[in-house]
Design a protein around this ligand. Structure first.
Ligand code: PGA
Length: 247
């Protein structure tokens, strides 16, 4: 399966910084062996749509989508709106949103469904906190988070990208070992297999302090099909190095 490297810029960037970063990426990325996307803050989607026009190497992603279709939801951005700006992917259920915006498993599942309905591939994030891991709850948590999405989208589950992001590894410099990550990815793959015959085609990304030096080893694991990259996606050298080892 072709690997997938997605950058999650989070709440970073500016018109000038985005332009510089995207130009550097486009100048140097060549024809990578993997699929690539950058997930930008909403106000920059229009800028990014222009910067990424006339090429098909780097796709555009958003970092969230409303669970509502349209109407009186001040501050929300709908899937249909994202689509108008050439958005192909939308991260849903990132742990920072589950934590700070109190998004529940059900909210996340509805968001995934809305994205799919608009022709956007949701990148569904699951992952346990340090405390949950310490208490031996990792499998239970990630299975519960994925189950909500499987339950709501049914057979369309084969259209999603899944990302395992242990919360304790995000932005901490503390990466899951390839074995730790593979163990959880295998559990998720098994759960997908129970839901669809196409489970082997669903990409399961790892995210959490993935960088140029650990990416290759993580991606040699049988069920790690790419990465969701935060900090390292803001530096052209690092992001390109990760893309380079994603084969
Ligand atoms: P990080 O973030 O690579 O900075 O740890 C990953 C993510 O939150 O998607």
């Amino acid at each position: 399966m072709k690997k997938f490297i997605a950058g999650n810029w989070k709440m970073n960037g500016s018109l000038a910084a985005n332009e510089k970063l995207v130009h550097e990426l486009l100048d140097r990325v060549g024809r990578p062996s993997c699929d690539v996307a950058v997930c930008a803050p909403s106000p920059y989607l229009s800028q990014l749509q222009c910067l990424l026009a006339n090429q098909d190497v780097i796709a555009l992603g958003a970092q969230n989508v409303s669970q509502h279709e349209s109407g009186a939801y001040t501050g929300d951005v709908s899937a249909a709106m994202l689509r108008e700006f050439g958005v192909r992917y939308a991260i849903v259920g990132h742990s920072e949103r589950r934590q700070h915006q109190a998004e529940t498993d059900t909210n996340v599942a509805i968001k995934a469904k809305r994205a799919l309905e608009a022709g956007i591939t949701p990148i569904v994030c699951v992952g346990e906190t340090q405390r949950e891991r310490d208490e031996g709850l990792t499998d239970y948590i990630v299975r519960r988070q994925l189950a909500a999405v499987v339950h709501l989208v049914g057979p369309c589950i084969s259209e999603i990208v899944l990302a395992y992001e242990p919360v304790w590894a995000i932005g901490t410099g503390k990466t899951a070992t390839p074995e730790q990550a593979q163990q959880v990815h295998a559990i998720l793959r098994k759960q997908l297999q129970a839901a669809t015959e196409k489970a082997h085609t669903i990409r399961i990304l790892y995210g959490g302090s993935m960088n140029a030096s650990n990416a290759a080893t993580l991606m040699t694991q049988p069920d790690i099909d790419g990465g969701l990259i935060g900090g390292a996606s803001l530096k052209a050298d690092d992001f390109l190095a990760i893309i380079g080892v994603a084969k």
